[in-house]
Write a protein that binds this ligand. Structure first.
Ligand code: AMP
Ligand code: GLY
Length: 427
């Protein structure tokens, strides 16, 4: 098959790496790709958020299957254009992608599906939103309805913080994304991510993970896109995962189908777990980044068969082959990230590292300039390892990271701390 993957991050490098190992993959093209992907695939350049441009490319290159990585092309309807043109593709329609693109819509679906989530109210006017915050008190969570590049959620520990957030959002700080706000109950507990493929009817779990959102050790510093992740997430036991599937995810898939907007793609549920029960924090309509890197490390080449079964509506007969293993990824970011950072610094030492089904450095923001790898983004490399125990994977990932010479980068030293501590406590 000729396969096209859209995106340029560590998530897409990990997808490309796993897909390329499947014998069904004859030719792999990524758009736009990065320096890491260029080693295993052809890179193409066109606007991946322009559905017509994607269809035209797919037709010219006789592409059999398109895998869409990021949320922006999904929200822009690229999957719809491809399906209309008869091109097989993995990723939800724009209507189904509203599960990520609109927090108010997700709440509406949870209500209709009876899925447990935080109590909430929606507002487009400032005064009633302020009254609601004063009546509920803090802590309380204020969310811009639309896509706000991960910055649209304020977990307010004081009433004043919540009042300032709502004034900012409804005052236009996030443009149209903040024209409506969702104000919701603060949920206590431990967060974990649950990844499920859906073909519109059947839900097939493909793994759990936890990421580390804060920039610095000890979960301090500003929020980021994610500084590291591991899979599985011990807090999401089989029993809690099954309960989340039965009470949250399958009812959501059924409700989307009932509305005539079936959900086809990967549904990434952010769950809050407390007292052995999960509640929904949010949905994303794509793989997590960097969670995808640890999932791909564990699933390997079979991911292509699973994504094809999903796109072709055959999930009821699909099966995931699990190994009893663990994977971890450590994000190397440019100094200054998630704030301002320099681009163009040199990274050395990558060529000497192992690169196999146990050890991989996925690239997120890199390019080759005259034979040298240089950083082009905030999150730049994902140093990833797999092991029979999390501790061995952890030791290997950090050993690899220590061999990479990049004075302008930094990484957290404590990725996986929670699972490692829980593992020790269990012994
Ligand atoms: P979201 O974009 O909705 O995932 O929100 C970003 C982060 O804010 C989540 O990963 C949680 O850590 C936190 N968060 C969101 N909603 C809540 C809530 N209702 N209670 C506690 N924390 C929340
Ligand atoms: N790592 C969080 C996300 O991909 O949304």
């Amino acid at each position: 098959m000729n396969i096209l993957i859209l995106g340029s991050g560590g998530r897409e490098h990990a997808l490309a790496w796993a897909v390329a190992q499947n014998p069904k993959c004859d030719r792999l093209i990524v758009a736009p790709g990065n320096a890491g992907m260029a080693e295993i695939a052809e890179c193409a350049s066109f606007d991946i958020e322009d559905g017509e441009a994607v269809v035209m490319f797919a037709e010219e290159e006789a592409i059999d299957f398109v895998i869409i990585g990021p949320e922006a092309p999904l929200a822009a309807g690229v999957a719809d254009r491809l399906r209309e043109a008869g091109v097989l593709c993995f990723g939800p329609s724009a209507d189904a992608a509203k599960l990520e693109a609109s927090k108010a819509f997700t709440k509406e679906i949870c209500d209709a599906a009876g899925a447990p989530t935080a109590a909430y109210a929606r507002f487009t006017e400032l005064a009633p939103a302020q009254d609601y915050i004063r009546a509920q008190g803090a802590p309380i969570v204020v969310k811009a309805d639309g896509l706000a590049a991960g910055k649209g959620v304020i977990v307010a520990m004081t009433e004043d913080e919540a009042l300032a957030a709502v004034e900012d959002m409804l005052g236009g700080a996030f443009g149209a994304a903040g024209a409506e706000v969702v104000i919701e109950e603060f949920m206590e507990g431990e967060e974990a991510s649950f990844f499920v493929l859906s073909d519109g009817k059947t839900a097939l779990p493909i793994g759990t993970a936890q990421d580390h959102k804060r920039a610095f050790d000890g979960d301090t510093g500003p929020n980021t896109g994610g500084m590291g992740a591991y899979s599985p997430a011990p807090v999401l036991t089989d029993a809690i995962a099954q309960d989340a599937l039965d009470r949250i995810i399958q009812p959501t898939i059924d409700e989307m189908a009932r509305r005539g907007t079936p959900y086809e793609g990967v549904l990434y549920a952010g769950l809050m777990i407390q007292n052995g029960k999960a509640r929904l924090v949010e949905y994303n309509v794509r793989f997590g980044d960097p969670e995808c890197q640890v999932l791909m490390m564990r699933l390997g080449a079979q991911i292509l068969d699973l994504l094809l079964a999903c796109a072709e509506g055959r999930l009821a007969e699909a099966q995931v082959n699990w190994a009893d293993d663990h994977a971890i990824t450590v994000v190397m970011a440019a100094k200054g990230y998630p704030g301002a950072y320099e681009k163009g610094s040199e990274i050395r030492g990558l060529a000497g590292l192992a690169s196999d089904s146990w050890n991989m450095v996925f690239h997120a923001g890199t390019k080759q300039v005259g034979g040298v790898t240089v950083a082009t983004g905030g999150r730049v490399l994902n140093v990833t390892a797999r092991g029979h125990a999390l501790r061995t994977a952890h030791a290997r990932a950090y050993d690899m990271a220590s061999r990479i010479h990049w004075p302008d980068g930094f990484y957290r030293q404590d990725i996986g701390w929670r699972a490692l501590e829980e593992g020790e406590a269990a012994q």
